[in-house]
Design a protein around this ligand. Structure first.
Ligand code: PEP
Length: 247
């Protein structure tokens, strides 16, 4: 397999300097498994602060960016601005961006392509709603979301896919290890069929949706789960246990 485990924290719109200092303190004392890549997704206004104060083994991600270098896009952040701060990662296509802010598959794919072409690494989020799962559309939805990205990029080496069933995000309902593994395996097969065997073998697919210190080990032992994207629990010291799930 040889895929490096990668655990992301998505702080969402949470935090203050005081709370961030607490988070940085538990990240610093860890200890964090050296074989796991750790990336924290930080609100835009705190990116510089976290980049300056995070330990060297913790990378920093923005939670969004736009698909233009600069200009009349009030309220947006460009990949060039992130690079200027030394921020090398961005989370794109989170279900909250899709659902609350109306971001389409196509816009997300354009953002992914633009971020990659500007040297950022991307955590690209996909996942089905409860209604879609109950209608038996899970695979069709995640394949459609992935195909939209595939239409715009050629090189997947700086992309991590985060499979996040929408019904599991922030709800306390986790996909069972088998449910998650089934979708991850289906995605890897999709990559093999539609992109290449090499990309299918190399691409890292995180699971996200109510991951906790209590359920991370079993989820992380599935063969096609290469890490996690963690919301609520990334604000708490148990995040260290999640980073270390594969130890
Ligand atoms: C997320 O925000 O990506 C997420 C998975 O949230 P939570 O872990 O809180 O479900």
């Amino acid at each position: 397999m040889g895929r490096k485990f990668v655990v992301g924290g998505n702080w969402k719109m949470n935090g203050s300097k005081a709370q961030i200092n607490d988070i940085l303190a538990f990240l610093k004392s860890g200890p964090l498994n050296q074989d796991t890549e750790v990336v924290v997704g930080v609100p835009a206004v705190y990116l510089d602060y976290v980049k300056t104060n995070a330990p060297a083994n913790v990378e920093v991600a923005a939670q969004n960016c736009y698909k233009a270098e600069k200009g009349a896009f009030t309220g947006e952040t460009s990949p060039a601005m992130l690079k200027d701060l030394g921020v090398n990662w961005v989370i794109l296509g989170h279900s909250e961006r899709r659902q609350i802010f109306g971001e389409s598959d196509e816009l997300i794919a354009e953002k992914v392509a633009f971020a990659l072409s500007n040297g950022l690494k991307v955590i690209a989020c996909i996942g089905e709603t409860l209604q879609e799962r109950e209608a038996g559309q899970t695979e069709a939805v995640v394949f459609r979301q992935t195909q939209a990205i595939a239409d715009k990029i050629q090189d997947w080496s700086n992309v991590v896919i985060a499979y996040e069933p929408v019904w599991a995000i922030g709800t306390g309902k986790t996909a069972s290890p088998q449910q998650a593994q089934d979708v991850h395996k289906a995605l890897r097969d999709w990559f093999s069929k539609n992109i290449s065997a090499e990309v299918a073998n190399a691409i890292r697919i995180q699971y996200g949706g109510s991951v906790t210190g209590a359920n991370c080990k079993e989820l992380g032992s599935q063969p096609d789960i290469d890490g996690f994207l963690v919301g609520g629990a990334s604000l708490k010291p148990e995040f260290v246990n999640i980073v270390n799930a594969r130890q």
